[in-house]
Design a protein around this ligand. Structure first.
Ligand code: NAP
Length: 335
């Protein structure tokens, strides 16, 4: 068994990590932490009563290194790089769920804050297995992708050779409230979101440059990405609708099926997808349709699983030489 740490265990992605790792046959949770400690796991998460108990520590990199060989950092950006830097220097592998190691330096500093660990940023691998599986296997630092970028990029990847990049790509996105983390804000307050839907940060959301950068690095082409997210009155789930122009009249379903024929965690649907069918799983579900040279791509993920925690465990599996699918959830929360 490989001893692992979860830092940020009181948050939504932290809880999903606990739920997957409790049942993992090769990872043993040996260290659990938050910013303040002073609790037990079941005090933080009563739903785990009778299943798993441990003391919750105040996060400390040296202590993590004494107890674990790999750490999941389910922390806000900026907090993550403080821990990751020290952990990597102490020989601990890191899967970071924040944005701190996802982007090139210039893009990161433009959209987030000054970077405090440029040395390790250069070595980090973007943790989307369908793009970088072989690199992830060799890496000590995996930057888990953003939730929206996961669903958006997986939808767009098969079409990069066919999209006419002289026209914009419009990405309309919708997420459940857990996407915003556990802290209540005006937008996530029950009265604001109940029986409601609204756009937030149109053309300003930080996942727009992430999608653009990863598509550019993959294709060598610059795509004009226009991203508008919306908040939905549901707990989990994310849907992406992308619209673009093609250079030629391809059969999009054939392209999708061919591109993903070997991929276990991407499912291609003959009809528009829905959020619930992949909620509770690591699947990304995709449908696409063409009219003339216009292409519509429709994809869904569970934001706190494929969009974060189950993808993080799949990455850790690859980093430690296990099968990617070990302990990864596949049965959806339906009905
Ligand atoms: N939610 C999603 O759908 C989603 C999807 C993809 C990626 N992500 C990313 O994953 C990360 C975690 O997201 P989340 O939604 O789980 O957030 P969250 O619910 O707000 O939880 C954040 C966690 O970080 C801990 N924390 C904050 N600052 C800390 C510090 N300095 N030292 C130690 N622990 C600290 C908090 O502990 P305390 O309770 O002690 O404050 C809490 O456990 C974020 O970077 C987020 O952007 C989230």
């Amino acid at each position: 068994m490989i001893p692992v740490a979860i830092v940020g265990a009181s948050g939504y992605t932290g809880l999903e990590l606990l739920k997957i790792l409790i049942k993992h046959p090769e990872f043993d949770i040996t260290y659990v932490a938050t910013s303040s400690g002073n609790a037990t796991v079941t005090e933080l998460h009563p739903s785990l009563t009778g299943l798993f108990e441990a003391k919750v520590e105040v996060a400390d990199a040296k202590e993590i290194a004494k107890h674990a060989k790999l750490a999941f950092l389910a922390l806000p950006h900026r907090a993550s790089m403080g821990f990751a830097k020290e952990l990597l220097n102490l020989g601990v592998k890191v899967v970071d769920l924040s944005a701190d190691y996802r982007l090139e330096l210039e893009t990161y500093e433009k959209h987030y804050c000054p970077h405090e660990d440029i040395e390790h940023l250069k070595e980090s691998v973007y943790g989307l297995p369908e793009m970088y599986r072989e690199e992830i296997k060799k890496s000590n630092l995996v930057a888990n992708p953003g939730c929206y970028p996961t669903a958006a990029i997986l939808g767009l990847l098969p079409f990069l050779d066919f999209i006419d990049e002289s026209f914009p790509i419009f990405i309309d996105a919708k997420t459940g409230v857990s996407g915003a983390g556990k802290k209540c804000t005006e937008n996530t307050h029950y009265i604001s979101i109940n029986e409601n839907i609204f756009a937030y940060n149109p053309w300003k959301h930080r996942h727009e440059p992430e999608i653009a950068e990863k598509l550019r690095l993959k294709s060598g082409k610059t795509f004009d990405i226009n991203f508008v997210p919306h908040l939905l009155p549901i707990t989990r789930g994310e849907m992406i609708d992308s619209y673009m122009l093609l250079k030629e009249e391809i059969d999009p379903m054939e392209v999708l099926k061919e591109y993903y024929k070997e991929e276990e965690f991407v499912r291609i649907f003959e009809n528009p997808v829905d959020m619930k069918s992949c909620a509770g799983t690591n699947f990304c579900d995709i449908f696409a349709k063409r009219r003339d040279k216009k292409l519509y791509i429709n994809s869904t993920v569970d934001n706190i699983l494929r969009g974060s925690s189950s993808q993080a465990v799949a990455n850790a599996n690859l980093m430690c030489g296990f099968e990617e699918n070990l302990a990864i959830p596949t049965i959806a929360y339906v009905p």
